[in-house]
Each structure stands twice: as C-alpha cells, then as structure tokens.
Design a protein around this ligand. Structure first.
Ligand code: ADP
Ligand code: MG
Length: 728
C-alpha cells in the first residue's frame, strides 16, 4: 500500500480544472428569493383576504386562522410543484448543531386515486420520529414524541437536489410538554424579551413611535477547502473534521501571501455556485475572499434579523457542504482543521434596530441621539460584564477549544473593546465631568454635556473577543462550525436584562421629579464604574492580559467541561427564567447535550487516532525499518560505511517503540462504555476527556508527527500538510 494512493490522488488533483456549473447569468437581484415562498409569491397565489391574513401572520408572528391554513397550504404546494418539487419537509434545528429534515412526498390516496396533496395539518405540524435527537434528558425514549411546528416568520423555501426539489417548512421543534428541543425556539423567545425591554427604555427617552426592536446579526463564515481525493485519504478529516496528525508544512502562512490574495479558479467556481444557490434562497450573500491561512476562505452575508441570520447561516453551511463535492472539494467547517496555522471562526456582528431600521448602536449627531446611543452601548457592555461566563459557555465545543486562545483567535476571557475615543468619554462620564474641550452640546436641561460622538472604526482591535466596530458589536469567539442561535439567544436576553436595569435607573430618577438628562447624568457614573473591569483595549493575546483579567475577577474557562458550568449557574438560570427564554430543565438539557457531544467527539477522535497509528503509521515505520535494516546489512557486508543508515534506523526504532507505548496509553484511558445523561456521569466523563484523553492523544500525535518527518516519503500513507494545504 504505502504512499501509492497518496501519489495517485496528487496526480488526480493536478489534472483537475474549474467546473462551470452555473448556467443562469441573470443578475442576482433578479433571482433573489426565487426559491422562497415570498410575500410576492403568496400575493400572486392567494385570494386577497387570505393573503392579508397571511401577511399579518408573517409580520406579527400571529397564528394563522385555522380556516385559512388549508388555502395557504394548497397555494404553497401548487407553487412548489410548479417549481419542480415532489416532497415537503419540516426543516428544523435540533440541539445537535445540524439542521434536520425528513421528506414526505405530497402523495395521498383519495378514493383509490393517487393525488398530490398538502394539507393544513401537514403545513402546521410535523411529528418526526424524534427519539434519536438529543434531548438532554427532557424526553425519555419511551415517551419519545416531539413535534415540529411551522414558524411562519421565515418563508418556506425549495431545496434543490440533482433530480428534484423539496419544499422546506422552517419549523421549531418542541416536546409534547412544551419544552423546546431546538436552537430556534429560545432565540425567538429572546427576541421578544429584547424588544420589550428596548421599547421600555425608548419610551422613557420619548421615542413612543417605535413599535418593535429587533436584533440584527451578520455572521462572517470562515472555512477551509481541500481537494476531495486527498481528503478521502485522511480518516481523521472524514470522521473528525480535523487532522489529528500532521507534521507542519515547511511553508505555512508566514509569507502572508494568502490573505485577500487572488482566489484560485476551482475555489472561485465553488463560491459562485454556492452564491448562486444562496441568492435563490433569498440569502443576501455579499463578500468572499481568501483568509489568512493557506486553504482558508471567508463568506459573509449582509446582516438580517437574528432568527433569519441563524437559519441562513445553517443554509450557507449546508450549501457549501453539498456543493463542494460537485467541485471535487471538501468543505471543512471545523474550528481547527490544521495545527500551526489559523483556525476558523464565525464573527457574529450584532446590533439592535427599530422597526424603522434605525440602528440603536449608531452614534447620533444630536445630543438626544447620543444619550440613546450611550445607554444602549453601556447596556451591552454591562450585559457582557455580568454574563461573561455564560457568553463563554455558548461558544464552548470540543472543536472550538482548539481555537480559543490559540493566538489567532480571542482568548477564552470575555472582555469588551470600545476604542480610545469612547473610553475617554466614559472616563469623563464617570467623573461626572463635562467635556469643555470638545464640541460638546448641552443636553436638554443643560445639566450635563455630552460630546458629539464620532464613529471610531479606524482603530480596531483584532484581538478582542467583543469589539465595538463603529455601529455594532463584533463577537469573535464563536466557532466556525457552531449554530449561531445559542450565542445570540444569550446576547439578546442579557441585553434585555441590562436595558431593563437602565430603565429602572432612569425611571427612579424621573419619578423623583428630575428631568431626563439629569436622571441619566446621575445614573451614568456608577454604571461606568460597574462595567469598568470588562473593558480592555490592549493585546488580548498577551500573557499579561491573562494575569490582569484574573486580578479583575473575569472568568477564564479554558475548556468546554469547565465553561459549560456557566450555562446553568444561578446567574444564568435567573436570567433565562426571568425572561422566559429557557427554564431550568431546558437549560440543564442544553448543558447535558453539549457535554455529551464534547465527550463523544473526543472519543471518536481517540478511536480514529488509534486506528491510524496502528494500521497506517506503524506499518509505514516497520517498512522503513525493514529497508534500513536490509540496507545497513548490505553495506556492512560490503565493508562500506553504514552509520547514517543505522542512525536513521535507530531513531525510527525508538519512535516506533514510543508509538506503541503512546497508543497503548491512549487506549488505556478510553472508557469502555459511553456515559449516560442524567446521572451526573456526564460532567465527570467530559472532564476525563479534557484531563486524560486529550493529553494522551497529544502525546501520540507528537510521536506520529516526528515519525512523519523521518519516514520514507514513498511509505507514508496519509496526505501531508503541504499537500492538503497547497495542492488544489
Ligand atoms: P468587516 O470590516 O468586519 O468585514 P463589515 O462592515 O464588512 O465589517 O461587516 C461585517 C458584517 O457585519 C457583515 O455581515 C455586515 O452585514 C454586518 N453588519 C453591518 N452592520 C450591522 C448591523 N447593524 N448589525 C449586524 N450586523 C451588521
Ligand atoms: Mg468583521
């Protein structure tokens, strides 16, 4: 065997050419949303009164009148069939990070006749055999029923396959007891809570015309691509999404010739293919470029309402996964597919907007707008300060553990960057000082002076996990493979709590007869003092910051088992219960699902590593020893010097011995049976993975990588880093 298949794959890669897969060259704007049951489509297909009720449902999230649902279902089916659909599916996001679909044909027998039908019940509710979805103990398998319910706020869409389409009904997934079993339900609840709290504060500021506040989110998706033929020869990439072994490539990213470089043709062909599909699905995909590491890329959509952004990011991932194969590529969404070069994140740009599209984190040009801006800004900072541990917990996963704190990603300490200008402003606010030297303007009653706040987006700190970037916050700790829902659920809910806190402060001042500006001016200094510890504008990658953060009492959880503890902390429980976003059981189930997922992933990695070490690496080392031994014997028979050959053989033999020992040690710490949820074993099992299994895996890796650097290239079975990263 040896390296033969590897070399064949490289020959295959060299012969590949970019594929033209997009025939339709109409402008994107013309095709935007063509594969969605948009309001325009609904208007064309529904009787007028039904359409009006349907529009209400979509806009206000009001339930659709049961009498009208059959008409809507029928129209949707007619549209879908006109577009070539044969099946429908409720499309939902269970707690395992993927999106789930179970397809049903439109077919029914009616009086002996086989017909295409789609009824109101099928639209409104589905009942997947849900016993295999993780529930973290909410459902027992003997009462496995869960159901999916149509979420009309997101339009139904058509998913295209090579031989037909499926009508997808965006849905939530609930247990029959009403508890949420998915990522979307809590996100929708958090948006309600956020809107209520924001409206209350706006009303105190006199903004009574605003009727709804939403969270806007624009995720920037990073990913890697490798050639499919090379990928298929790496069991670790296939099973774990990351390389468990691999000596560093002699050339990495040090020449900085990848970032924003010219995009290779095959990659560009894939990007354009994906974009073409996303545009059809009504996803406003905007940017594409090479990222810092070789083989790494980024794709970003224009921001949208948080729940849509979450759906759409799932579709972006799915579309890339599916389409990559058509271009003989493999899409790697793992946070750290390769050691020694950058990993992939998903910067979560987040802000608040009114129903009229006014960005509430946009500094204004009038004193009143500035006060509004400052209050929303400070509420966000306070939220992160109070719930730093929770925010950290929402990004915790086996894969993201390899990235956070790895010197190209923010550390696991949650802090906020505001920029020099805003920090100076907060300094003055804290001292209760006006700012005579700036072009400050007097607030209403002339009690306090706030300077005009200018957008300070030039001085961006790329190392901060939570950075203010002029009119939004950019949260950078989220991993590339994560579903963005839980993070945004937490952000929205903690923001609601802080907005309510500011509302309380203002209301107390107003109640005692103070004018608004004075009430605000009196409340702000204490608020600034309170949030001060979470503000950090320096280098988040430095060791000094870790020490400083510890002095400030900021949590620093280094791995997933530790971080997940914050999900169910008293503070998190109180927060989510107060805003009815997640109750204690729902929270506990999320912690359990995540702990279990972490443990399972680590176990899979360990098993794959063992297999590769014993069935791929060991034979290569033995082959090398045979060659070297035979060569040394011959040389000595001919009385020729054999020192170098013997030396190479000696080092190989030593490493081979270590390989056996390291594999044995890893096997020894692998438990024989999987832990079970609900009996307290999960936490211990996850900690065992972090404390024992991963270090043993690391030891094995050290040996394998050393062997790779020593072994005959013609014997090494697995594509090497230099091949995976540069042959495409
Ligand atoms: P960068 O320099 O970080 O690439 P961009 O301005 O290109 O910054 O924005 C990156 C992402 O932030 C995009 O997805 C963009 O749509 C999103 N974004 C911009 N404004 C907002 C906002 N108000 N709320 C949420 N996301 C936003
Ligand atoms: Mg950005």
């Amino acid at each position: 065997m040896g390296a033969e298949r590897r070399f064949q794959a490289l020959v295959q890669v060299a012969a590949r050419r970019a594929r033209t897969t997009v025939e339709d060259r109409r402008p994107h704007s013309e095709r935007f949303g063509a594969l969605t049951f948009s309001l325009e489509e609904a208007q064309r297909r529904l009787p007028k009164e039904v359409f009006q009720a349907y529009r209400e449902t979509v806009h206000a999230g009001k339930p659709l009148d049961a009498g009208l649902a059959p008409v809507v279902a029928h129209a949707m089916k007619e549209w879908a069939m006109d577009e070539g659909a044969t099946h429908f599916s409720h499309w939902f996001q269970p707690m395992n990070g993927i999106t789930a679909e179970k397809h049903d044909a439109f077919l029914t027998f009616e009086g002996g006749l086989l017909l295409e039908r789609f009824n109101a019940k099928e639209l409104a509710q589905g009942e997947p055999d849900a016993s295999s979805f993780p529930s973290g103990g909410i459902r027992n398998t003997f009462e496995a029923r869960g159901y999916t319910a149509w979420d009309p706020a997101t339009p139904a869409f058509l998913m295209s396959g090579p031989n037909g389409k499926t009508l997808c009904i965006p849905s939530v997934f609930l247990a029959y007891t009403g508890e949420s079993l998915d990522e979307k339900t809590p996100l929708l609840r958090s948006l309600e809570a956020l809107s209520r709290a924001a409206l209350r504060l706006l009303q105190l500021l006199g903004r009574t015309e605003v009727e709804r506040v939403v969270a806007t989110v624009g995720p920037e998706q990073e990913y890697f691509l490798v050639d499919r033929a090379l990928y298929d020869l790496r069991p670790d990439l296939v099973a774990c999404g990351r390389t468990l072994f691999g000596a560093p490539s002699p050339k990495g990213q040090e020449l900085e010739d990848q970032y924003f470089g010219a995009i290779k043709e095959r990659v560009l062909a894939l990007m354009a293919d994906v974009e073409h599909q996303l545009v059809g699905l009504g996803i406003p995909v905007k940017t594409r470029h090479n990222e810092a590491a070789p083989g790494q890329y980024e794709c970003a959509c224009i921001f949208e309402l948080a729940n849509r952004a979450a759906d759409h990011n799932q579709l972006v991932l799915e579309t890339f996964r599916r389409t990559a194969a058509r271009h003989d590529l493999a899409f790697l969404e793992h946070e750290k597919p390769f050691r020694g070069i950058n990993g992939s994140g998903k910067h979560n740009n987040w802000s608040l907007a009114t129903d009229r599209g006014e960005n509430l984190l946009e500094p204004g040009d009038s004193p009143a707008k500035n006060l509004q801006f400052l209050l929303f800004l400070l509420a966000a900072v306070r939220a992160v300060h109070r719930h730093a541990g929770l925010l950290r917990a929402t990004v915790a996963s086996a894969s993201n553990d390899h990235r956070l704190g790895a010197h190209e990603a923010p550390p696991a300490i949650m802090s906020v960057f505001l920029g020099e200008h805003l920090v100076a402003l907060l300094d003055r606010l804290e001292r209760g000082q006006a700012s005579p030297e700036e072009r400050g303007r007097t607030l209403e009653a002339g009690v306090c002076t706030l300077p005009t706040i200018c957008r300070d987006s030039t001085d961006r700190n790329r190392t901060s996990p939570f950075a203010f970037t002029g009119n939004k916050f950019e949260f950078r700790a989220l991993g590339s493979s994560a579903n963005i829902s839980m993070t945004n659920t937490a952000l929205n809910t903690m923001m609601a709590e802080s907005l309510d806190h500011l509302g309380d402060l203002l209301q107390a001042g107003l109640a005692s007869g103070r004018p608004l500006a004075q009430a605000a001016a009196e409340a702000l200094p204490a608020l600034v003092r309170e949030i001060r510890p979470v503000l950090f504008d320096g280098d988040n990658y430095s060791a000094a910051w870790q020490a400083e953060a510890a002095r400030r009492g900021l949590p620093h959880e280094r791995n997933t088992p530790a971080a997940l503890g914050h999900l169910c902390s008293p503070a998190s429980r109180a927060l989510f219960e107060r805003y009815r976003v997640l109750d204690a059981r729902e929270l506990a189930s999320r912690q359990a699902v995540r702990l279990e997922n972490y443990t399972k992933r680590v176990h899979i990695e360990a098993r794959v590593a063992l297999e590769m070490a014993r069935t791929g690496v060991m034979p290569a080392a033995v082959g090398q020893l045979e060659h070297l031994g035979a060569a040394a014997a011959r040389l000595e028979a001919l009385a020729l010097p054999a020192g170098a050959v013997r030396e190479q053989a000696r080092r190989t033999a030593e490493l081979t011995e270590r390989l056996g020992a390291a594999a044995g040690a890893l096997e020894a710490v692998l438990p024989e049976r999987a832990p079970h949820a609900g009996n307290g074993e999960l936490q211990a099992a996850a900690e065992h993975c972090a404390g024992r299994v991963l270090p043993a895996l690391e030891e094995l890796r050290q040996v394998v990588d050393a062997l790779e650097e020593l072994t005959d290239d013609g014997l090494w079975p697995y594509p090497k880093y230099r091949e995976l990263l540069f042959h495409l």
